[in-house]
Write a protein that binds this ligand. Structure first.
Ligand code: FAD
Length: 306
């Protein structure tokens, strides 16, 4: 199915969200694409609890609160969200652009607005040569379908919020082992306490170690080798969930033939249009003389772009 709309916004960070409002005032409908599973960009993903002090009329607001308020502000304009997918390719068509995502979603639109921040958030992967062989079948960097793990042997690796939250959650349906280099964690203290209690009750196992290699067949892992204090060990597992955090990569936008300057998109300051007519760039992704990477600046750019 091909969707049709006025504007496709690539990126649902604070600036992409506010662009929906500015476009909506002009009666323009928007579809948003984001490769994260939720909206809010850096505010929601990197600092949901951190206070922001430079949003007009809010002496103090957290990253998540700002995201929630933007969502309620744009609700009347009924934007359509395509989450968990990357905008992969764009192609010029008669009356605008055809945009295709990594999930095969196709959208035809008159204009494209790139609000992609510093690029897509992508998972940091463990340095294991053959890991790609198992990705998407028995190695996952995010949990999309818990049922898959029911009654299976799951090895979760990491010491942050995702690793601890999923250890605690999946412990109720699967045989879970958590592996981390040391028994100190970056996750919220409450999640750490829950995990330690589950370990005490024998409901999960904890291992000190670092991943070394994977073996298995038919895209399914069977054995995971790991090291600790220069000794090598192995453990059987059906699924591996490494949670090593996210990094940002410009990704496919670099191949779209738009004028880039050190991975930023050059725009004019009248319309925030790129070197390609009817493609605009707003927020952290763009560059022009005097650019400030602030949410406030992105909001201003949204208004002029619309
Ligand atoms: P982002 O928030 O980066 O959102 C871009 C979105 O685009 C992401 O969700 C990404 O997944 C998505 N994306 C990218 N490429 C693709 C693609 N090809 N397909 C699909 N999706 C894609 N600013 C302030 O004004 N005040 C502050 O106090 C402040 N504090 C900060 C504190 C920290 C720790 C950090 C890291 C930043 C802070 N900033 C602050 C900066 C502010 O967060 C950014 O200026 C703002 O997030 C930029 O918004 P954006 O919408 O342009 O991009």
């Amino acid at each position: 199915m091909t969707h049709k709309t006025d504007v496709v916004i690539i990126g649902s960070g604070p600036v992409g969200l506010f662009a929906v409002f500015e476009l909506g005032l002009l009666n323009l409908k928007a579809h948003l694409i984001d490769n994260l599973d939720r909206v809010g960009g850096q505010c929601a993903e990197l600092y949901p609890e951190k206070p922001i002090y430079d949003i007009p009329a809010y002496p103090k607001i957290t990253g998540q609160e700002l995201t929630d308020k933007l969502i309620s502000q744009i609700k009347p304009f009924e934007p359509t969200f395509h989450l968990n997918q990357q905008a992969d390719s764009i192609e010029k068509i008669d009356d605008g652009w055809k945009i295709v995502t990594s999930e095969g979603t196709t959208i035809n639109a008159r204009c494209i607005v790139i609000a992609a921040g510093a690029g897509s958030f992508v998972p940091r992967k463990p340095p294991i040569d053959n890991i790609a062989e198992f990705e998407g079948t028995s190695v996952f960097y995010a949990v999309r379908n818990k049922e898959l793990f029911k009654n299976k042997k799951i090895l979760i690796v990491g010491g942050g919020d995702s690793a601890l939250d999923w250890t605690n959650d999946l412990a109720t349906i699967a045989d879970v082992t958590l592996m981390h280099r040391r028994k100190e964690f970056r996750a919220a203290p409450d999640s750490v306490n829950k995990m330690l209690n589950l370990e005490k009750e024998g409901k999960i196992k904890f291992l000190h170690g670092q991943l070394k290699s994977l073996s298995g067949k038919n895209k399914m892992i069977k054995e995971v080798k790991y090291s600790h204090e220069e000794k090598e060990y192995s453990i059987e597992a059906d699924y591996l969930l490494p949670f090593f955090g996210l990094k940002m990569e410009l990704g496919p936008i670099a191949n779209w033939g738009i004028n880039l300057n050190e991975n930023l998109i050059k725009v004019d300051t009248e319309k925030f249009e790129t070197s390609e007519p009817s493609i605009f760039a707003i927020g952290d992704i763009n560059t022009y003389p005097g650019k400030l990477k602030l949410i406030l600046s992105g909001f201003h750019e949204s208004a002029l772009m619309a």
